[in-house]
Write a protein that binds this ligand. Structure first.
Ligand code: SF4
Length: 97
């Protein structure tokens, strides 16, 4: 059975945010994709996962979910864990200055 990030995100959005829950996660570009490439350590897999994210209409909602829930693994919203950490640092710096 294929586990899907969109399924997880859909549950989160449905219960955590009435505003975001209006987003149609049926549009998630990874909807019918095997989750493995989003959690692979292989660079080619990561690039493939990111390319799927980059054409995803719910990319920003997915990234928001990953940031809010501090996802430590995987590609979410087109960013890997290191890139998300850098983004959080940058956002903190901007809000503190
Ligand atoms: S941004 Fe990427 S991981 Fe998130 S729902 Fe879209 S395709 Fe899936």
């Amino acid at each position: 059975m294929t586990t899907n990030i969109a399924e997880t995100a859909r549950d989160y959005f449905r219960y955590a945010s009435p505003t975001i829950s209006r987003v149609d996660l049926e549009q998630a570009a990874c909807r019918d994709t095997d989750l493995e490439i989003f959690f692979s350590i292989d660079e080619a897999d990561e690039a493939k996962a990111k390319s799927i994210c980059h054409r995803c209409p719910v990319r920003w909602e997915c990234l928001t979910y990953a940031l809010e829930t501090r996802q430590r693994h995987g590609i979410w919203g087109g960013l890997n864990p290191e890139e998300r950490t850098l983004l959080i640092r940058r956002l903190r710096q901007e809000t503190s200055s």
